[in-house]
Design a protein around this ligand. Structure first.
Ligand SMILES: Nc1ncnc2c1ncn2[C@@H]1O[C@H](COP(=O)(O)OP(=O)(O)OP(=O)(O)O)[C@@H](O)[C@H]1O
Ligand SMILES: [Mg+2]
Length: 231
């Protein structure tokens, strides 16, 4: 289990997160919602060691992650798909996957499994990542994260700007990973998407956790959505 307690973090001297508590359990989807600037991306970046921590802890099971340099966090099985995708554009699809595979030195079976999940990538292995469509790039970003066989997967608005067929594909992959026991933290702004997949919904506001609710029983017109994201 990923366990965050009392996390206060930010950029330089600027504090963005204040006293954040969050848990992500195996086979469980935790959706993080909140207005623009609430600190959702900063929360995921903090887990990856990419912000400055002022207080609090981040543990994966018994292992403290919060003192690790950023490049070591993925080696502990934390996969991260940043908002807006961060691919190495001139590199091919195959090379991008290789980067993911290198992190934890896994066997070729991992690559096979990932390509089975995303057949479109298999057809485009030699294509430069920068020339893929937006949806294909998002697929590759997710595939690369899966190449480290993550215990925890952090997804920052993975369906932003994608068309419905691609959104379904990403959602189906998340469902598959959930069934495989991955702990998933999904930043997502669309209420229907959240309700179709979340076990727990966490609302952030101004760098704090405003409310944590079980997804079961929430409806699109539920009051917390209005209160925390204004719809
Ligand atoms: N690199 C940075 N340096 C300084 N401040 C930053 C940096 N990145 C983000 N911030 C600030 O931190 C706050 C939270 O930003 P963050 O990107 O975490 O929000 P978010 O909830 O992900 O928003 P969005 O829904 O727009 O993606 C904002 O006020 C933002 O301006
Ligand atoms: Mg963000």
């Amino acid at each position: 289990m990923l366990r965050i307690e009392g996390l206060t973090a930010g950029y330089g001297d600027k504090i963005v997160l204040r006293g954040v508590d969050l848990r992500a359990e195996p086979g469980h989807v935790t959706c993080v919602m909140g207005r623009n600037g609430a600190g959702k991306t900063t929360l995921l970046r903090s887990i990856m060691g990419q912000t400055r921590r002022h207080a609090g802890i981040i543990h994966l099971n018994a292992t403290p992650l919060h003192d690790l340099p950023a490049h070591e966090v993925p080696r502990h099985g934390i996969g991260y798909v940043p908002q807006g995708r961060r691919l190495f554009g001139p590199l091919s699809v195959a090379e991008n996957l290789e980067i993911g595979l290198m992190v934890r030195a896994h066997d070729p079976a991992t690559r096979e499994r990932v390509l089975t999940l995303f057949p479109r990538l298999r057809e485009r292995l030699d294509q430069p990542a920068g020339t893929l469509s937006g949806g294909e790039q998002q697929m590759l970003a997710l595939a690369r994260a899966l190449c480290l066989e993550p215990a925890v997967l952090l997804l920052d608005e993975p369906t932003e700007g994608l068309q419905p067929s691609m959104i379904r594909l990403i959602r189906d992959s998340v469902t598959t990973l959930k069934a495989a026991g991955v702990a998933i933290v999904l930043v997502e702004q669309r209420v229907e998407a959240v309700l179709s997949i979340a076990d727990t919904v966490v609302f952030m506001a101004q760098g704090q956790i405003a409310e944590t609710l079980p997804a079961a029983g929430l409806t699109p017109d539920a009051e917390p959505f209005r209160r925390h994201i204004g719809i």
